[in-house]
Design a protein. Structure first.
Length: 499
């Protein structure tokens, strides 16, 4: 017969119960001590982590596929730069652009062309001294601003219009391009320039392109400005006819208003619409635009850096080009300023390097698909690279690395990466030799143990030139070279790979 438990215990039972209770207290104490430590070590970093990817020790695997079925010549005109303000440094001290130290840094970029003089503050005001070729001791000085023209307010405010330099910048530029062995395109002074200056400049610079103005739509109401789109059209039509008589193969570039803007200095969107509609009547070859980082990222919705980068190239830029194609059917697009503004928070960082590399990779692959619709691309100015200083900016090394793609007459092939997101590739081939531009924007290493060409596995030795950083925010770029049988892309890296 079962009875109720006794209310009292034996001595042995009491000692056993006491020991058990002591052990429970010890375990509870340990839990109280170690659980917070576990939280600090394992959980807290996850909650505090930024939404951008972090560097890890993990490795992702991918497969690289290359197809040789539809090759297209690489458009080498997309590797260019402007020359605005390269002749002077801060304090208006002259820069020795003809010295070997400066020239060697520019040669390392393997640029295919330059352009002169630069933005509207320069292009609306500069002049050429026709017939004068002297760098020093001639009739010219600086950009030869006419301070009595009443149209030099911006140049005077910025300070570059008034100093006397003792050097004619245009003639110095001609010597510069001759040493580099590359042409230089001319941006026309639409407001106070002359046809004689245009013809002289194109001849001396061996220009491939003539660009009719910079941001002229935004100058309409300014003192000395063109006043209307009608004046712009009449000037371009008159000058273009004469230019083509002397240079029948010259490529002509128009200066449209941005198609994606919703406001402008005069009258809002309608001003841009009227301007662009008038330009459609001009039988030119190309239209000009900008690809600045701040403009591109302004139209992205993502909250983290890599998300904005992907959205820029997946959505924003393709949409801009679609709008340009609709506004200017039959004309190609030329990027006459692009890059990162020095005021951008990502300037001179690893993220900035990824932006520059992604731009090249995207333009190369876009042009292969759309028949070189992006006819030209020029970095705003060489000065932004810090060539005259003791230390160049981080993305200078990216531009020099990518410059390797523009040697000879390479063909662009179709290439894709499968198995890992955040890895991008452009592939060029020349005489049976392949050159890859590969970008890994992940915080993990990515290996591609399988590489196929036209469906067949290949196992060559890959010669890798690698640029990478330890974080997106880092201002330190690390460089390595490697010969390997397995492609390996370091986290946050730009890679040029030859095999």
């Amino acid at each position: 017969m079962k009875t109720q438990p006794e209310a009292s215990m034996s001595t042995a039972s009491q000692e056993q119960c006491s020991l058990t209770a002591s052990r429970q207290v010890t375990r509870a104490y340990r839990a109280l001590v170690f659980l917070p430590l576990l939280w600090l070590v394992c959980v807290s970093p996850l909650l505090a982590r930024d939404d951008s990817p972090s560097l890890t020790s993990q490795t992702l695997e991918a497969t690289l596929h290359i197809s040789t079925s539809k090759p297209a010549l690489l458009n080498k005109d997309i590797h260019s730069a402007g020359t605005m303000d390269i002749f002077i440094q801060r304090g208006f001290e002259p820069t020795d652009i003809l010295g070997e130290s400066y020239l060697s840094k520019v040669r390392a970029l393997n640029l295919q062309s330059l352009n002169y003089p630069g933005g509207p503050g320069h292009s609306d005001n500069y002049h050429l001294i026709v017939g004068d070729t002297q760098i020093k001791g001639g009739k010219g000085d600086g950009e030869n601003f006419d301070l009595n023209a009443g149209r030099n307010a911006k140049g005077v405010q910025q300070g570059f219009a008034t100093p006397r330099y003792g050097v004619d910048f245009f003639n110095e530029l001609c010597a510069f391009t001759q040493k580099l062995g590359i042409p230089c395109d001319l941006i026309v002074n639409m407001e106070t320039g002359t046809l004689e200056e245009i013809l002289w400049g194109l001849e001396r610079l061996h220009s491939k392109r003539v660009i009719f103005g910079m941001e002229e739509c935004n100058q309409l109401l300014k003192e000395g400005g063109l006043g209307s789109e009608k004046v712009y059209v009449e000037k371009v039509m008159s000058w273009l006819s004469e230019v083509r008589k002397k240079f029948p193969h010259i490529i002509s570039v128009l200066d449209p208003a941005p198609v994606w803007r919703v406001s402008s200095p005069r009258g809002g969107l309608q001003t841009h619409i009227d301007w662009n509609r008038a330009l459609q009547t001009i039988p030119a070859d190309e239209v000009r635009g900008y690809f600045w980082d701040r403009d591109v990222f302004r139209f992205t919705a993502s909250k983290n850096s890599i998300g904005r980068l992907d959205e820029a190239f997946d959505k924003v830029l393709p949409d801009w080009l679609r709008q340009f194609q609709e506004a200017f059917p039959g004309k190609r697009f030329s990027v006459y300023q692009w890059g990162q503004k020095a005021t951008s928070p990502e300037f001179n960082t690893v993220f900035g390097c990824l932006f520059f590399a992604r731009m090249y990779q995207w333009v190369i692959t876009y042009n292969r698909e759309y028949d070189d619709y992006i006819a030209f691309m020029g970095l705003e100015t060489l000065r932004s690279l810090g060539l005259a200083s003791g230390r160049v900016v981080t993305h200078y090394h990216v531009l020099a690395l990518i410059g390797q793609l523009f040697v000879g007459a390479p063909k662009v092939l179709e290439a894709s990466v499968q198995g890992a997101k955040g890895v991008f590739v452009a592939c060029c081939e020349q005489e049976g030799r392949y050159t890859l531009l590969m970008i890994n924007e992940n915080g993990e290493e990515v290996k591609a143990p399988r590489v196929t060409i036209d469906g067949s596995l290949v196992n060559p030795t890959f010669h890798e030139d690698i640029l990478y950083g330890k974080s997106l925010e880092s201002r330190e770029i690390l460089q390595e070279k490697s010969d390997t049988k397995t492609l390996a892309l370091k986290p946050y890296s730009v890679n040029v790979i030859r095999f």
